[in-house]
Design a protein around this ligand. Structure first.
Ligand SMILES: [Fe+2]
Ligand SMILES: [Fe+2]
Length: 293
């Protein structure tokens, strides 16, 4: 059994946990200003061949059809806009991170599908509720990162990590995940991820979403609605078995969660259809980096 500090020290120092690709942090600084500089962002992306390739493919994909093909990074940035660039940078970074890790107990392709699925699901819920995050890209980013703690524990603590059973019988699904992890490891995956993301210097808003994604009711008030959004997206993907982060299937979502966001549970299937469609279309991205989808 570890304390949180011992565990994080062990992961970061002894096990040499890799960070997300440095290009994410460099671009975060350049994009997180009032008016990002297209030339600067373009130079950073051009130094990263897989990112450049993903950017050009996305800019020329059906979603952004134009008469003329985009052949330069700068043109692609202008066509897509900075919000889409930020999402893409995290997409590519996360795929690269997942595919580079040593084999653990979690299937990298299923893990990727779950992460991108939750990101897409958040966007689908936003469309139907009118809820918007302040910068138009944060929901996507927290969706991608929300189960990072599961990935880390599966890869670096295989002796204590174990896939969790489907919790269809459980009266309180939230309890079964976090409690089982706490019993086995001493802390749960939300605490692991929050501590690691904090050390990597990601903004507190992202860290909080990840930390409270199974317990939105105890999240800081100012962010509670955003975190309910993440919680609902994750729950819908677990009900529909969109990918898998090893947490097992969920049987139902509490009515209070739907009510908080002002959405009807009857829309679950319609949302899942859209999410699966978007995952299919994101196959281009994952195949560029090495995970087949
Ligand atoms: Fe989770
Ligand atoms: Fe999840």
């Amino acid at each position: 059994m570890y304390t949180l500090k011992e565990l994080i020290d062990q992961l970061l120092n002894i096990k040499k946990l890799p960070t997300l690709p440095p290009v994410i942090f460099i671009l975060e600084k350049s994009l997180n200003v009032k008016e990002p500089d297209v030339h600067r962002v373009s130079r950073i992306i051009s130094d990263d061949p897989p990112l450049t390739s993903a950017l050009l493919k996305l800019a020329n994909s059906v979603m952004y059809t134009a008469r003329r093909k985009t052949t330069t990074v700068q043109e692609a940035i202008v066509r897509l806009g900075f919000k889409e660039i930020r999402k893409l940078v995290f997409d590519v970074g996360m795929v690269r991170y997942v595919s580079a890790l040593p084999k653990g107990l979690i299937d990298p392709q299923k893990f990727w599908e779950h992460s991108i699925g939750v990101a897409f699901c958040m966007e689908e819920i936003q469309l139907r509720t009118g809820l918007r995050d302040h910068d138009g890209s944060s929901a996507h980013v927290v969706g991608l990162l929300h189960d990072l703690g599961r990935l880390i524990s599966a890869t670096y603590l295989p002796d204590v990590h174990q896939n969790l059973p489907d919790n269809e019988q459980s009266e309180d699904p939230r309890k079964s995940i976090l409690d089982l992890e706490a019993q086995r490891i001493g802390i749960d995956h939300t605490q692991i991820a929050a501590a690691v993301l904090e050390r990597w210097g990601l903004p507190l808003e992202i860290v909080n979403c990840v930390r409270f994604h199974h317990q939105p009711d105890v999240a800081p008030k100012i962010q509670r609605k955003d975190i309910y959004l993440l919680h609902l997206a994750d729950s819908i993907c677990r009900i529909g078995r969109v990918g898998d982060s090893g947490e097992g299937r969920l049987k139902e979502i509490k009515q209070a969660v739907w009510d908080t966001l002002g959405l009807e549970s009857a829309r679950t299937e319609e949302i899942l259809v859209q999410v699966r469609e978007k995952i299919k279309n994101s196959g281009v991205l994952s195949s560029i980096i090495g995970i087949k989808s």
